[in-house]
Design a protein. Structure first.
Ligand code: SF4
Length: 409
């Protein structure tokens, strides 16, 4: 059995975004942002529901004009998750969004720079009990700070920007704040958050900004966010992908499940990389299994293995798995063979068993199986394959001999 390891998390104060607690030991939450015009109430709500279904706990919508604020007034009461209004440049849009009932604001200190305006918004939030995210962004850092830090975006400049804003809030007795210091450069972003984590105990919102389209955007975001989470830093996360935001929510949720920071709700598909022993096109079968299980929210680990010689052993901890052998699929539950099916039924069979286990549990699945027969058939396939392939399925010995032949010519 693989042991459970958990990361010690940085102690942070807790704020409430609607009914979602952020910081202070609360589960790390997933955020995403709508791409619709906020004035398009139905379109935006449709996207919010899709994001919530994919794993978003909090959704942000832009509030860039009065029509957007009016849209928010209709969206907020019908949204399944708390709504954050994204504010740039116009502090009056922040006040309008609060009037619309949003559960949080995001302010960019780089483009709302008048302290009176910042404090006016903070006072209003204080009186309404609505938190603010100070959203520092490397690309839109305050000009004066940028110049003072040598005409470069540095971690120190980003942290200073956040702390200046925080000081304005403190002056009016407003403390319900979470902070982000995002950059598109991963090492810069990591260092900025590390410094911020020491400088304050406010909860932190993690993200790599403008990460780009997948897969590069996913890799960059995961590199930055996962590094920090593994250090215990971060209370809420957002993947910023140039893609359908549903992908952002899904990626965020999967990352947290993979790190053991959120309870598993989705299938954890493991698959071998394939090798000379593979009895099936593992990539194809794994992709078909992934597609078949994608829409099901089953908290199971499912394995797809290329051969019956090593597959079942290597994936023995999986809730359910299938390994290929001599034109047949060997199905196993927690390492126990439960059925042997024709190769073209592998995907359908694994889907059916996954549903069964999710509904009735592992014990019931083992009870309904003819284990003795499955073991017998599996053994005969395994033995036949071992006899045919020997222990050198990758033909290493033959290759070495060939190399010797070439070198002696
Ligand atoms: S030995 Fe079998 S299970 Fe392991 S990588 Fe090769 S095909 Fe997959």
């Amino acid at each position: 059995m693989e042991g459970a390891v958990s990361f010690e998390r940085r102690a942070s104060r807790q704020i409430l975004v609607g009914d979602v607690a952020v910081g202070g030991g609360a589960p790390v939450s997933v955020q995403s942002m709508t791409t619709t015009k906020t004035a398009d109430v139905d379109g935006t709500l449709q996207q919010i529901y899709a994001l919530a279904a994919a794993g978003a706990d909090i959704v942000r919508c832009t509030c860039n004009e009065i029509a957007a604020a009016e849209g928010l007034a209709h969206i907020v009461p019908r949204s399944p998750v708390p709504i954050v209004a994204d504010i740039h440049h116009q502090y009056k849009m922040a006040l309008a969004a609060l009037e619309a009932g949003v559960q949080c604001l995001r302010l960019n200190p780089g483009n709302i720079r008048n302290p009176h305006h910042v404090k006016a918004v903070a006072e209003e939030c204080r009186d309404r009990g609505v938190p603010i995210r100070i959203g520092v962004n490397g690309g839109s850092l305050d000009r004066e700070l940028y110049e003072r830090h040598g005409g470069r975006v540095t971690p120190e400049a980003m942290v200073e920007s956040a702390l200046v804003e925080l000081a304005y809030f403190s002056e009016v007795g407003f403390e319900s704040v979470k902070i982000s210091v995002k950059a598109s450069n991963v090492p810069l972003m990591i260092e900025a958050y590390r410094q911020l984590a020491v400088a304050t105990d406010h909860p932190l919102h993690l993200g790599v900004t403008e990460a780009g389209p997948p897969p590069d955007g996913l890799i960059k975001s995961t590199a930055g966010i996962a590094t920090l989470l593994a250090e215990g830093i971060g209370d809420t996360i957002r993947y910023s992908l140039t893609a359908d935001p549903v992908e952002e929510a899904r990626a965020g949720r999967h990352l947290l499940e993979a790190l053991g920071l959120r309870e598993r709700q989705n299938v954890d598909l493991i698959a071998c990389p394939s090798c000379g022993r593979a009895e099936v096109d593992v990539i194809d079968v794994a992709e078909k299994v992934r597609e078949a299980l994608a829409e099901r929210r089953l908290p199971l680990q499912v394995a797809v293995m290329g051969c019956v010689v090593n597959g079942p052993g290597e994936a023995r901890d999986a809730d359910l798995g299938i390994a290929a052998g001599r034109g047949r699929g060997h199905l196993f539950v927690k390492g126990v063979n439960v059925a042997v099916v024709p190769e073209d039924e592998m995907v359908g069979t694994i889907t059916e068993w996954a549903d069964y286990i999710a509904e009735h549990g592992t014990e019931a699945a083992l009870e309904r199986a003819d284990v003795e027969r499955a073991e017998r058939e599996a053994r005969s396939d395994r033995d036949a394959l071992l006899e045919a392939q020997g222990t050198d399925a990758n033909a290493s010995a033959e290759r070495v001999e060939q190399i010797h032949r070439i070198s002696s010519q």
